[in-house]
Design a binder for this molecule. Sequence first.
Ligand SMILES: Cc1ncc(COP(=O)(O)O)c(C=O)c1O
Length: 451
Amino acid sequence: MTVINGNNGHNGHNGNGGRNLHHAGNGNGANGNGHNRVMKDSHETNAHNHTVPFLDLVTPHLQLEEELISTFKKALCSAAFIGGAMVENFEKSFADYCAAEYCVGVSSGTDALRFALTATGVNLGDVVITVPNTFIATTEAISQAGAHIEFVDVDDHIYNMDPEKLREFLETRCRLDPANGRLVTRKENRRVAAVVPVHLYGQTVDMDPILELAERYGFVVIEDACQAHGAEYFSQRENRWRKAGSMGRAAAFSFYPGKNLGACGEAGATTTNDETVARRIRMLRDHGQSRKYHHEIEGYNGRLDAIQAGFLQVKLNHLDSWNEQRRQRAQTYRSLLLPLAEDVVVRNDAPWAKAVHHLFVVCVEDRDELITKLAQDGIGTGIHYPVPLHLQNAYRHLAYKEGDFPVAERLSKQIVSLPMYPNLTLEQQTRVVAKLQEFVAREPESVLLAV
Ligand SMILES: Cc1ncc(COP(=O)(O)O)c(C=O)c1O
């Protein structure tokens, strides 16, 4: 089979193949140019030239080529490009997949999050709390919903929202307004309307304590599940596994091409068990219409493209097996990295999570030198994320400073994402770890930090 290997370079930043590369890093092989190269067989050729791209988006698309093309032809024949059966079928399938009552397809994960916040009652000037270790879309959605961003730090084990730090924030920085019993911030008297835990890297946040706090204080929880399609959480209070996207009042998914379930362009979805929220999101994505040219509110042009919905339907059938392959590759990395345990910090999955390993992230000292070295050896890597959000220029007006969120800050200096995708071969993984080992051996003075 003819296989094009490497990344599709669609984001144009670093010439990398997936959105998660656009923030930093080198997603390409030795040549680092990100151009598609037609190859006889990806693995054979990789083995030959020893490159290990950070992401291979081309192989799975060529494997599904016929189905994708016939979906496209179907759309051409019906000309139902906006809305229609393809969108509705996918929404139904994805809701079922997430064990949620409703799914509303939208045009991106960012829109999904923004619409979810607005539809669940976040208003101008409210506070929404999230973490500094996430992609900026999380906080863009908060600001663009009119709310004020507050951060709590991540934990130092799975690098996600630390429920204890959330509790501390609520108890020390907020108070109950005696006039209406609502939780407001002490400093600015803003209503705490929502919390956005981010299931980063495909690992579910510890949701039980966050949902308990939400019940106690009356805020909504909106899951940012943009990196967690199919991830699961074991809820002790319910004594059952729960799917990412089914736990909060609503959840946001991105189908950016590099995600575990990715479209062939931009796409996203919200899931919810709340019919009113689903109805509001349907209006928000479609200019606030309840029916054609009857606008209940001012909305957006944020619909899911029907062709993308069709492509997503095809790919959804493969998501469980792709996620399983990712899990196996994570296990392989862990075994291969075990002898380097003093130098490379590799975390196990959280005990409550069935992770889907959107990214495989390790911590090392001298991270930037390691990335350069691996790039010279033809190994692509990424950093998710190199600057925690509270220190981004975009948020200078929020007046955070270095030291405010020490775990997120330390991670931003040490984390490196290794190549991770379903068709990554054992040979490629062995090569990545061998090169990591060489780096560690060459830099005896670089004592790697445990986080
Ligand atoms: C954690 C997180 N939130 C939100 C988004 C936004 O999704 P999209 O790029 O589809 O707007 C992404 C995608 O990169 C993400 O990784």
